[in-house]
Design a protein around this ligand. Structure first.
Ligand code: ADP
Ligand code: ZN
Ligand code: ZN
Length: 818
């Protein structure tokens, strides 16, 4: 009898592929193991074993596999089932899911580039002969392709060799040049506590009078303390005293000065003491925990709707504790990995070394390590914090899923496929495992709130902030009026300026929020009206003062800012609109003595840039933080008493059916950063449109009213959660062909589906990276079968692909979230 292996290749193929295997191989191979296989003329891929069988394929003569790469499955049946669901539901191929799900270290292929790991401390004696050959070759070459390695060791199958080298850290794969997460540790000094006693202090100063350098350092410390009551970094003391680090160190050694680091003092890494571990929930949290448990018993996902700073995290901690007490695994999903640094510290505080972090920015080693720990159900990875890709880990005993900030749109992956929504995919994952799942937010998405109201989800709520802290006081500032009366200073109203002055005067910190989306600063010629456009995309270029460049936010195109208009040559260029950078500059002029930080895509590009800004702000090294959406996300700063929103209108006017919902969420979240401790926080929202219903709902903290109105609108205009939607995007370089093809597609969909089809329509940005885009929106009533509709769409796609002139056109589906 002949034996065959059906595999999933990590490429967008509709069908699985079959290879010939030997009898022994058939006995050995289990689904979920990796095999190296030839494909096409000369390619080698790592593929995933799917099924061993004995039916020879009829359409092609199967090739033999090269090699089995694993001794035990790397992927378990839960994952396989879940990935097939994702492929099906989000209308992509299983291969695309696998490409996204497995760390790239597991998917070596002929195109993989292998680089030497310069940091590695390689013990040449430890290397096998073939490993040494590759290692040696890489001393003289910057990179090797897999096939070159084949030549060097004179073997056809080298994937397992390269695998070993990757595992040993001897080589790196290209695009794998990440660093490990390290929180920034600023070292501070203070005078030892024993000198609180005046007698002791006097004795000290007397004693030091014989050591002028040391005495100078201590005096400088007093001066710095007088200037501001903030922690004093060693570096500042060094500067102020003109002394050297050695002198400061001598004082520390003598226990006259104490050195400390704020981050460490706030949250000690490692195990927490029994007392701090034993959090006692207040009555609201306890009630929420009870309601969540009820929902779990009914086997429903549960929505936890708790206002900002109500202590949702502590409720999750209790749930996680229960989960790991049962010996099960817990997954804590966050919308953005940027948020993790604060959360890791909090969870490590309770659970010590049981917490692992997993996300795509981590080094290959860390990712492989977490994968293996989860696969072996190791204690080290009993709790995994991660962004959406952590859904793909090999959990076998999942006992809890937490989806924090469930309303966040960054749970949706847009490119490349699978274009999945991590919250929704997590619900399915949990159901496969029979695991409870809780979705938490201060501003639930309309669809989750709807699911809770209709009883599909369980529901729990916390309406009060922890520790009797009041909700922030939110006021609207009418800048239309102020502008008319010429009472604005730059982009600041008098009201906002006074509030900033007051907060700074009290030694408190301020967050200013400027949403740049759809409101980027452009440079316009006041003579002819010309605005510089991106040559590849259908958008205006954005001015970046720092680099004095015009940049495209879609494709990265950039050019130096010209002195004169490119169209008419006049030197009359005017910068319109404003972004975070301009706000920072205006602040520099208005408050020259104040330290202003900025957090946006431009300042957080570096590896730890985000963590650095956050910890600098936490440690009060700056007084004002200007930021985009990034500052809205669940951060917990203790000393912020004022949040200012520079302009609320641009997001309200964004052309999207969720624009109002999103504005409510964003404004409420950013407002929630204010006054998280005893003093009531203050929020000022500048707007041209103070009577807008959403702004009214934000100021009165009226989530229910927002929900009712938004739901009513979705009913009127037929949008989710009232109907389901699928967006089909067509892309091509040829404008006319795209239009023709889109018309063909839309009318076929109309003929077959008979449901409501909108479009084809150009998106707001109708050309990106030289491709023209057109969208068709399919609205599917709840009464129709989603699966059948998708099948029909797939059939239409087949006919479409059969039309040769449309070959170049790419089709992209987005399901539910568009
Ligand atoms: P949320 O996630 O709902 O915005 P957090 O979980 O960040 O709120 O809680 C806000 C603050 O209150 C945090 O500093 C947290 O440590 C504190 N807190 C919440 N619950 C408790 C509790 N039961 N005991 C002590 N401190 C708590
Ligand atoms: Zn562009
Ligand atoms: Zn001009």
């Amino acid at each position: 009898m002949e034996h065959f292996l059906e595999v999933v290749l990590p490429i967008p193929l509709e069908k699985l592929f079959t290879y010939r295997i030997s009898r022994q191989e058939a006995d050995f191979i289990e689904p979920g193991m990796r095999v190296a296989v030839p494909f096409g003329k000369s390619k080698i891929y790592t593929a995933l074993a799917y099924r061993v069988h004995t039916e020879a394929p009829t359409a092609y003569e199967p090739k033999e596999i090269y090699q089995i790469l694993d001794e035990k499955p790397l992927v378990n049946p839960f994952q396989m089932k879940h990935w097939e669901w994702i492929a099906n539901y989000y209308m992509c191929t299983l291969g695309e899911v696998i490409r996204s799900a497995l760390p790239s270290a597991f998917l070596l292929e002929s195109e993989t580039l292998v680089l030497p790991n310069k940091q590695a401390d390689v013990d040449e004696m430890e290397l096998a002969d073939d490993e040494f050959l590759v290692y040696e070759a890489l001393q003289y070459q910057t990179a090797l392709k897999i096939e070159e390695i084949s030549d060097i060791v004179d073997k056809k199958n080298v994937l397992s060799l390269v695998n070993r080298l990757v595992q040993k850290g001897v080589v790196l794969q290209k695009e794998e040049i990440y660093e490990q997460y390290k929180p920034k540790m600023v070292r501070y000094v203070k005078l030892s506590e024993k000198y609180d006693d005046e007698g002791e202090l006097e004795a000290l100063l007397n004693e030091l009078s014989r050591a002028p350098k040391q005495s100078q350092v201590v005096l400088s410390l007093f001066q710095l303390k007088l200037k501001s009551n903030k922690p004093i970094p060693i570096s500042d003391l060094e500067k102020e005293s003109g002394g050297s680090r050695a002198v400061i160190k001598a004082l520390i050694d003598k226990d006259i000065l104490n050195e400390y680091s704020i981050r460490e003092d706030r949250v000690k890494h490692g195990e927490a003491s029994e007392t701090t571990k034993n959090i006692v929930l207040n009555e609201h949290q306890a009630k929420a925990l009870e309601d969540i448990t009820v929902g779990f018993l009914e086997k429903k996902p549960v929505l936890l709707h708790g206002v900002t700073s109500s202590g949702k995290t502590e409720v999750y901690v209790k749930l996680i504790q229960q989960c790991i007490d049962e010996g099960k695994q817990a997954l804590y999903l966050l919308p953005e990995i940027a948020l993790t640094s604060q959360l890791i510290n909090r969870l490590r505080h309770y659970f010590g070394q049981k917490v692992s972090v997993y996300h795509s920015k981590y080094s290959i080693h860390e990712r492989v390590e977490v994968w293996n720990n989860v696969l072996h159900n190791a204690e080290k990875a009993q709790i995994v914090i991660g962004a959406r890709s952590s859904l793909f880990l090999p959990f076998s005993k999942l006992g809890l899923v937490v989806v924090d900030e469930e309303h966040e749109s960054s749970f949706k992956q847009f490119d490349p496929a699978p274009r999945y929504h991590a919250r929704d995919a997590a619900i399915v994952l949990a159901s496969f495992h029979g695991s409870p799942i809780v979705l938490g937010s201060a501003t639930p998405s309309v669809e989750s709130a709807y699911n809770a109201k209709t009883g599909k989800y369980g529901y729990a709520s916390i309406k009060y902030r922890f520790g009797e802290v009041l909700m922030p006081e939110i006021n609207l500032v009418d800048i239309k009026e102020a502008t008319r009366k010429r009472r604005m200073k730059g982009h600041f109203s008098e009201t906002l300026l006074h509030a900033i002055e007051e907060a700074l005067g009290e030694g408190e910190q301020v967050i200013l929020f400027q949403n740049r989306r759809g409101f980027a600063p452009v440079v316009e010629c006041t003579t002819c009206g010309h605005v510089a456009q991106c040559p590849n995309c259908d958008v205006s270029l954005t001015y970046h003062q720092h680099r004095n460049q015009l940049r495209c936010h879609y494709c990265g195109y950039h050019m130096a800012l010209q002195q004169a208009c490119l169209a008419c040559g006049s030197p009359t260029l005017d910068k319109k609109g404003f972004g975070t950078e301009q706000i920072q500059e205006e602040l520099g002029q208005l408050f020259p003595k104040t330290k202003v930080g900025r957090m946006d895509l431009d300042t957080t590009r570096g590896k730890y840039a985000y963590e650095k800004i956050i910890s600098a702000f936490e440690n009060q090294e700056m007084d004002i933080l200007v930021g985009t959406q990034m500052v809205t996300k669940g951060l917990d700063f203790r000393n912020v008493s004022l949040v200012g929103i520079m302009n609320a209108d641009s997001m309200l006017n964004f052309p999207d059916y969720r624009a109002h919902e999103r504005s409510f969420q964003m404004l409420t979240q950013v407002a929630g950063r204010a006054g998280r401790t005893q003093k009531r926080g203050k929020v000022l929202i500048q707007t041209y449109n103070p009577y807008h219903q959403i702004l009214q709902q934000v100021t009165t903290h009226d989530y229910d009213k927002m929900f009712k109105e938004q739901y009513y609108e979705r009913e009127q205009f037929k949008y989710p959660p009232v109907v389901r939607i699928i967006k089909v995007t067509l892309k091509d370089r040829d404008f006319n062909k795209l239009n023709e093809a889109s018309d063909w597609m839309a009318s076929s969909l109309r003929n077959v589906l008979g449901t409501q089809i909108l479009g084809p329509e150009y998106p707001p940005v109708a050309r990106i990276s030289r491709d023209y885009l057109k969208n068709i929106l399919i609205k599917i009533p709840k009464s129709d079968s989603l699966a059948q509709t998708k099948n029909s769409i797939k059939r239409i796609e087949k006919s479409f692909n059969a039309i040769s002139k449309y070959k170049s056109i790419r089709l992209v589906y987005n399901v539910d979230h568009i």
